[in-house]
Design a protein around this ligand. Sequence first.
Ligand code: PGA
Length: 258
Amino acid sequence: MRKPLIVANWKMNKNVDEALTFLHQILDELPDYDREEVGIAPQAFAIYPMMKAVSQTPLQIIGQNAASKCNGAYTGEISVRDLAAMGVNYVMLGHAERREIFKESNRTINQKLLTALREGVRPIVCTNGEQKMVGQHNSCYSIFRQLDNVLTGVPVSQVTRIVFSFEPTDAIGTGKHADLETAEHGCHLLRQEIGQRYGSQIANQVRILYGGSVNPNNIRLLMAAPDIDGVLIGRASLDADSFIQMMNYQQMALAQVM
Ligand code: PGA
């Protein structure tokens, strides 16, 4: 059974006061941890105060990024070892914005991934491609190449520790989520590809998230798709009421969203 994982990716938004206020608004509304896992990825400086504030709750505070080195002369970087020391369990790696704006290569992401696994922090590895590619023959070639390069050197025993995400670049931040078939198909192809590399037993255990303009109106349908085990939410996660609705999507009547 793959436990659903709902992740708020705040990107470069919310200062410490705003982050803590948000926590106070949502903590009483967290869904039952046995049924679902919820996480928030704030800016790096907010991780420590947020970790303190959630220490008695199952809410995960997640790194948006971390370096491939654990310490040393790397000005501006974030150490995954030090995230682990704070008790952080997950770190996002290779988000589309890291790839596009900061020119992170598959090789860089691979190095970060190996370091995160070594330090005991579970990577959320983001893959992306344009929606129109998903429907075509050999369509996911570039997504699979990302997967191939990013997973180099990962021992089979570690694969189920990784969470994967499929995010169509043209659905991120546009307000236009992928249609359900494309979202499901992209996640399904990713799972198939993981199965080809590591076998179906591992592929069936791995969690795959969809990301791109998820909001309270579409989350319930997306989460009902067989290969979508969770979502990465950007813009719609910044508002506490909207996030409360989304993390409690299991209680939304399907009729409400159809
Ligand atoms: P969005 O962002 O929900 O604002 O489209 C998603 C993401 O970047 O992960």
